[in-house]
Design a protein around this ligand. Structure first.
Ligand SMILES: Cc1cc2nc3c(=O)[nH]c(=O)nc-3n(C[C@H](O)[C@H](O)[C@H](O)COP(=O)(O)OP(=O)(O)OC[C@H]3O[C@@H](n4cnc5c(N)ncnc54)[C@H](O)[C@@H]3O)c2cc1C
Length: 500
C-alpha cells in the first residue's frame, strides 16, 4: 500500500511526489498520458533531429524556486544555458527595447529609458532571492513577505493595483520600453488595460533581469527527467497510462483512487491532485463530499484564453532586423500598447486576432543540442479564443500562416528558412494534456479575482480540500502558472504537516 498517490506527473505533481518520497513516504504517481511531464516535455514534432518543447520552454523561476532548489536537480544532470539577451521587444519601426541580465547592456538597449531600466534592475538586485521566496510561499506563511520588507511590498502592491499600460507609461518615456511590461503580462490572460495586470508583467521583467530566461540542455524534458530521477532515488514509482476517474472517500477521508481501467489503489496518508480545480472538485471527488456552495464557487472558476502554439524546424537562425533580437532567448511581437490592446479585444471578442501577439522562443540559439548542426528550432505561441466558430480545424492553418507573416515582417527571409512546421490549436493542446482546458496554459485565469486567497476558491487556498487527506497541487492552486513546482511543494508540505 502506498502512503501517497499523486494524480498527474506535471512539474507540480513530480515536485510534490519527489518531496514526499524524500521524506520517506512510499509514493506512486499516476499519469493519464503515455509520457510524463504534462506541459514540461520535449518531442521531435517537426522533423527528426529537431527537439521542440511541447509547452514550457523558458524558466525564470527555476533558479530561485525553493521547491526546485531543495531537490538539487543540477546534481542529477540538469544543466542550463543562457543567452546574451533575455527578452527582445522589436517593432517594424526598428525600435527594440531588450532585457538583458547585464544591466549596462540592457540600459543601452532601453535607449532614452536606460536610467529607468537601471533603477528597475537595481531594485531587482536589492530584493534578490527575497522576491521569489515571497511570491512562491504558501499564503499561510507570511515570513517571506516580512523579509521582503514594507517598502518593497508597497512598491509591488502599486503594480498589483495598476494596469500594465498605466504602470508602463508611468515608468518609461519611450513607446519601445512601454510595450515591455504589457507584452510580458500577456503571457497569461492579462491585457494592457486589465486591473492588476502590471504585477505579473513586472514580476516577469524583474525575473528576466535576475535569473533570465534560461533553457535546460536537451529540452524542457530534461527538467522532467531530473525530477523523475529524484523520485526514483527515493523509490517513488511513476505509472504511465493510468487515468484517475475518481477518488474514493470513506469517513470523510480520501483513501484510494480508481483508474479508468478499473484499478483501485489505496493511499494510507494522502492523495495529491495535479489536476485542474474543476476536475478535482466536480469530477474526481464524490458530489456528497463537497458542500453545494463550494461546488457552485468552483463552477465560477474561470480558465484563461486558449493558447495557439507553433514549432518550426529552420535551415538557419531567424534573420531578425533587430540586432538584439538575433541574440535574444525570447522575442515578444507586439508593436505598441495600442497594438496589444487591439489584440486583447479581438481575442476576448472571440475573433481570430489580425496581428497576433507572439511569445517566440529561440532555444537552439542557447542550446545547440536542439537542432542539427547549422540549423535551428523556433517555438512560439499566441493567445486566442478557446473555441472558434466552425471549430479550430477550419482556422488552424490560416492562423499559423498569419503568425508566419508577422514574424516575416520583423525578420524578412524567415519563411524561406522553414523546413517543417507543427501547429497546435487549443483543442490539440487539451487532447495532449487534460489540464490545458480550452488551451489555457495557466491552470485557470490569472485575473486578480483568481489569485491569492481566491485561487482556486476561498477558503480552500491552502492546498487542502473539504475532504481530509486530499490536496490540490496543480497550477490551479497558489501561486499559479509557471514551472516553479511551488504548488506541488506547498501541497506536499501541507500533507506532511497533517500526517507526519
Ligand atoms: C504552450 C505553453 C507554453 C508555456 N510556457 C511556459 C514557459 O515558458 N515557462 C513556464 O514557466 N511555464 C510555461 N507554461 C506553463 C507551465 O507549463 C504550466 O504552468 C505547468 O506545466 C503547470 O504544471 P502542473 O504540474 O500544474 O500541470 P501540467 O504540466 O499541466 O501537468 C498535469 C499532468 O497531469 C495529468 N493528469 C491530469 N488529469 C489526470 C488524471 N485524472 N489522471 C492522471 N493524470 C492526469 C496530465 O496528463 C498532465 O501530464 C507553458 C504552458 C504551455 C501549455
Amino acid at each position: 500500500m502506498e502512503d501517497a498517490i499523486v494524480i498527474g506527473s506535471g512539474p507540480n505533481g513530480l515536485t510534490a511526489a519527489a518531496t514526499l518520497a524524500r521524506a520517506g513516504w512510499r509514493v506512486r504517481v499516476l499519469e493519464a498520458q503515455p509520457r510524463p511531464g504534462g506541459a514540461l516535455y520535449s518531442v521531435a514534432s517537426t522533423l527528426p533531429g529537431y527537439v521542440h518543447d511541447v509547452g514550457a520552454a523558458f524558466f525564470p523561476f527555476a533558479h530561485f524556486s525553493p521547491a526546485l532548489r531543495q531537490l538539487r536537480l543540477e546534481e542529477v544532470g540538469l544543466a542550463w544555458r543562457g543567452g546574451v539577451y533575455e527578452s527582445a521587444h522589436p517593432a517594424p519601426d526598428g525600435t527594440c527595447a531588450t532585457i538583458a541580465r547585464d544591466p549596462d547592456r540592457a540600459a543601452r538597449a532601453f535607449g532614452a529609458d536606460g536610467d529607468a531600466w537601471r533603477r528597475l534592475a537595481q531594485w531587482q538586485a536589492d530584493m534578490g532571492q527575497r522576491l521569489p521566496d515571497a511570491l512562491l510561499a504558501p499564503l499561510t506563511d507570511p515570513r517571506a513577505a516580512i523579509r521582503l520588507g514594507l517598502a518593497n511590498l508597497v512598491r509591488l502592491g502599486i503594480a498589483g493595483v495598476s494596469t500594465a499600460a498605466g504602470y508602463s507609461r508611468w515608468l518609461f518615456r519611450t513607446e519601445a520600453a512601454r510595450r515591455v511590461i504589457p507584452g510580458l503580462a500577456l503571457h497569461v490572460d492579462l491585457g494592457p488595460d486589465d486591473f492588476g495586470g502590471a504585477a505579473l508583467g513586472l514580476v516577469l521583467t524583474l525575473l528576466a533581469a535576475g535569473g533570465g530566461f534560461q533553457v535546460p540542455v536537451g529540452g524542457a524534458r530534461a527538467i522532467t527527467d531530473a525530477l523523475l530521477k529524484r523520485l526514483d532515488d527515493s523509490h517513488g514509482i511513476l505509472q504511465l497510462g493510468a487515468q484517475v476517474e475518481s477518488i474514493i472517500v470513506r469517513n470523510r477521508r480520501g483513501v484510494a483512487v480508481r483508474t479508468t481501467a478499473g484499478e483501485e489503489i489505496t493511499a494510507r496518508k494522502a492523495i495529491l491532485a495535479d489536476v485542474g480545480a474543476p476536475a478535482l472538485y466536480l469530477r474526481l471527488l464524490p458530489d456528497a463530499c463537497v458542500a453545494g456552495w463550494v461546488r457552485q464557487s468552483i463552477r465560477n472558476f474561470r480558465y484563461g484564453w486558449g493558447t495557439f502554439k507553433v514549432d518550426w524546424a529552420l535551415a538557419g537562425p531567424v534573420p531578425w532586423l533587430s540586432e538584439e533580437a538575433r541574440q535574444s532567448a525570447v522575442i515578444h511581437a507586439g508593436d505598441s500598447i495600442d497594438d496589444l490592446v487591439r489584440f486583447t479585444n479581438e481575442a476576448r471578442a472571440g475573433a481570430l486576432p489580425t496581428n497576433p501577439y507572439l511569445v517566440i522562443g529561440q532555444q537552439s540559439l542557447l542550446d545547440s543540442t536542439r537542432a542539427p548542426a547549422g540549423c535551428h528550432t523556433l517555438w512560439a505561441y499566441s493567445r486566442v479564443p478557446s473555441q472558434m466558430m466552425g471549430g479550430w480545424e477550419k482556422h488552424r492553418e490560416v492562423f499559423a500562416d498569419r503568425i508566419d507573416a508577422r514574424i516575416e515582417g520583423l525578420a524578412p527571409g524567415f519563411r524561406a528558412l522553414i523546413r517543417g512546421r507543427a501547429v497546435f490549436a487549443p483543442d490539440d493542446l487539451e487532447r495532449m494534456n487534460e489540464n490545458l482546458v480550452g488551451g489555457d496554459l495557466g491552470g485557470g485565469s490569472a485575473q486578480f479575482t483568481h489569485q491569492l486567497f481566491w485561487r482556486p476558491v476561498f477558503p480552500y487556498f491552502r492546498y487542502r480540500t473539504p475532504v481530509k487527506g486530499v490536496y490540490l497541487c496543480s497550477a490551479s492552486a497558489h501561486p499559479g502558472a509557471g514551472v516553479h513546482g511551488a504548488c506541488g511543494y506547498n501541497a506536499a508540505l501541507a500533507a506532511l504537516a497533517d500526517c507526519p
